[in-house]
Design a protein. Sequence first.
Lengths: 471, 94
Amino acid sequence: MQFAINISYIIAAILFVFGIKMLGSAATAVKGNRISSLGMLLAVLATLARSNLGYEWIAAGIFSGAVIGFITAKRVQMTGMPELVALFNGFGGLASLLVGWAEYEKARPDWAEYLALPENSAVPGAWFSALVIVLAILIGGITFTGSIIAYLKLSGKIGGTATVFPGQKGINVLVMLGLVAVGVLFSIDAEGVNAPTLFLVAVGLSLLIGVLGVIPIGGGDMPVVIALLNSFSGLAAAAAGFVISNTVLVVAGCLVGASGLILTVIMCKAMNRSLGNVLFGGFGAASSAGGKQVEGEMKGISVEDAYYVLEAAQSVVFVPGYGMAVAQAQHAVKELAEILERNGAEVRHAVHPVAGRMPGHMNVLLAEADVPYEQLCEMDDVNAIISTVDVAIVIGANDVVNPSAVDDESSPIYGMPIINVHQAKTVFALKRGQGAGFSGLVNTLFFLDNCRMIYGDAKATVSGLVSQFDD
Amino acid sequence: MELILLLFTFILAAFLGFELVSKVPSQLHTPLMSGSNAISGITIVGALIAAGQVDGNLSKWLGFAALVLASINVVGGYMVTDRMLSMFKARKGD
């Protein structure tokens, strides 16, 4: 029986590998996700085939979890996707923490008996079990509270800006060192009288670090954090796999850990910043953190005048940002794009890799609004043709179109690749008010001669343009 | 399972993971993330074993809580990814 279970785990791992591989291409992604869910089903069924399991609790647990997951997944709006991904991620992390804890409770009454169990035959000693348990607790705990803070920020339940206070880095380093110390002490004396106390302290500190680590990260850096927490949730599962000596947990968790890490690196590159800078920079907390003073003023334009310009345009590029998500303007944007196309213009949507609050955020919203695939362009493709574009419409994007990133070496975002809308013939910037973006930086784009501001709610503005065309 | 084999597996899986996702188009970043997040719910296997203990009070309760959370992660994660991807697919058919 044990052999059949292990073979099933191997097949499950293969299905995960193919699933992730197929998720990487638009044509096979749906199938890939289903294949990976089959792998999960197989892993669960194989586990249930183990002997000595009490099924009442298992049935109750799976049933309630599945119902909650089902309802949440059915009801979520596409605009609520970033916070939901963060929330699920946090649950996964907490589950791994609890698996580690449950194993500790199993071992605690009598370590000798625990280590003599057949499934622990390969464990070199109590110290090893204790060490991997602490690792599962640490990574799982950080994933949990970090994701919950990210969830609260993304859903607007707490402010999205970076929270920094004096001595923050010092405190974080101290807590981290404290956790390492507690982890080591617990591992070398797992059977001692102080071990249960040390264990609880480790749990507490892990949860604390997740909170401290994410609160200093501002809204625009969220894509990096979400990708990193995704990676952590995988590593937490892998650590739990070492705790219970289970291959499928180790393999699947590690695959997720690696893929999340790659996404994190891609996001960092898209901002030309190092991971350390994102995590510890407290970016966006300080206002006017450098950069040149700008001269000139922002020039507004009415919806009606904007309509006349658009009516004559041969080539239009939409550049969506987080503001589009907040205003839920994606359907109106799609409608306007259709009208412009019928009017003879070539329409593109230019998506910056870190636009929005999670990797690929804008693509999800535009897909929801049914924007044709061919109209979606990546940053480099649009920059190649940007000087031939008649009108670039910036919808609630800010830092990803800030020319300071290209030409102002004193700017904190200098070097970040941007969509060069300032090179288009005309730019319309849709913006709620005159304030700066999340980073607190002044956007020099808005002061350029070819840029016109259209103030107000993005959805109302775009709908206004649509009705101008209808008249 | 030999401990060293488990470590070996871990390291190979890491390399495999890096290879698998190194060339994903940015359109698919969100589904990839939410799909791989569902896979990280594999910790459900550990939760099942802990929750299915016949004795062991606190340990079993912890396992039960882990099982509920992991089930939410797995079921919700796969479904939400499927929903997202079906939008991408419908659009391709235009």
